[in-house]
Design a protein around this ligand. Sequence first.
Ligand code: FES
Length: 607
Amino acid sequence: MVNLKINNKEITVPEGTTVLEAAKQHNILIPNFCYMEGVHQIGSCRICVVEVEGAKTLQASCVTPVREGMVVRTNSARVRKARKILYELMLSDHPKDCLGCSRNQNCEFQQLGELIQVEEFRFEGQKSKNVVDDTSPSIVRDSSKCILCRRCVTMCNEMQGVGILNAQSRGFDTEIGPGEDLPLGSAACAYCGQCTTVCPVGALKEKDSTQAVWEALLDPSKTVMVQTAPAIRAALGEEFGYEPGTLVTGKMAGALREIGFDYVFDTNFAADLTIMEEGTEFLERIKSFFYQQNLMLPEFLKKVKIHLEGKEPTLPMITSCSPGWIKYIEHYYPELLGHLSTCKSPHMMLGALCKSYFAEKKGLDPKDIFVVSIMPCTAKKFEVTRPEMVNDGVPNVDAVLTTRELARMIKDAGVDFKNLADGQFDSPLGLSSGAADIFGTTGGVMEAAIRTVYEVVTGRELPFEQMHVKPIVGLDRIKTAALTIEGAKEEWRFLEGVTVNVAVTSGLKGAAQLLDEIKQGRSTYHFIEVMGCPGGCISGGGQPRPVNNEIRQKRLEAIYREDEGKALRKSHENPDIAKIYEDFLGKPLGHKSHDLLHTQYTTRSKY
Ligand code: FES
């Protein structure tokens, strides 16, 4: 432990702590822009400068480690003057068009200006290059607003391991963007949008779809249906002043009705459906795998049917719910696409059902239906443009709004969110189990699948206290579990005593690690869950800002609370799922499912 004084306050912190972190731990605010908890390496903005007794120059507190006996001042006249000048210099190269900016009143740059009382623009001069790149369907980059803090660079390189955003050119010409002057729409970007969650200003943001949704809502010829992803209910409240981790499921459904949607459905219904399809696909692949490896009982071999229609049944099977992850593997590991489950992501499944099953029920022409998905994710905006996501000539989903965009629409519509009575989802695409709720967090898809696969293979009910697969719960980058099958029923007897290895990762850096293991023949897993954003959908690229591990943890706990509060906690027990198979789909992996709920993938270039 190291003893030091900050602003005359005696504090003790572990060796290796930086001055900024030490101050934060003791509730002393040092303004900062480029600092990022856990991954910070370079101090580029210098806003966090402090005076250290004995040092000739001011020190960047985010990269200065504490020393025994150190005396630090964060508010001396010298510090205040330097901080203000640094801020004013940044401001001199900023458009100052706050009223027309989506980050107005939610901008760290604006907030600091208020804090340090900048009341006039003292420095005016040449402006650096102003590029608005809106070539991606998911993310807009506006270099005029960029303050070069490089948080997006750290996120893209250090946390996601993709490396699309970097500082291009030098000096006054420095600009953050893809190399070779490539527009984002042509770069091998996953569109995960994590850069938009850490950008302190309006330089990186989701592409706005609210106008398209308003137009559909105001068009009397359209029946407008909306669906909400599992992670929205655990984060939307933050936009209205609720504590992180507050569940607002009922208010969210109520607000959507107030805005004017004709039907309010729940993507969670399709998460249950995904488990039926993906769980069945996994068991089919396991059967085929054991067949190929000659591990099955000889008499069982005769009964095996490979349902994967001409495709190599490949293990490990990898989940396919996260479109940022899908785009990433298509660019960087196309040779491993056969490992992906063929399931569409849940909201695409629900969109396809809105325009087929539900349209049939209500006598609606699918062309007159407009489906809106409220998603925690910016990559979903790209996903809906994929040519594979079309059935009978109509797109499965017409528009995607992020949680942040939905909050803007609710405010724009004048809805008093806090005083809103709880609303309900519409039937039959609105009922879901707790297994569907946990799709919103890392480890949730795998746990949901295990709950169902366990009961299918053993024929026994999963005890309540074993519902959570604890080794795969939490925010670690890679989590694993080994599940040994005991008491398999007759049909699955060949799996008796077999240990199924599963792995879960969130964030693309972990995904790359698991894919490299597969490529090198070192992978020991049968089933892998990948979510493209660190922590999973709870901290997707479209979720409220700020996001850090404390907030991720609170949202994760909220998701598990939602699950634990449900009477139904396994996907196969959802009666509306049983009914849709009975009335419409037939069986998992059947002909109709294949047509509406499954997809294929595209090899893309890295360059
Ligand atoms: Fe320390 Fe930017 S926060 S240099």
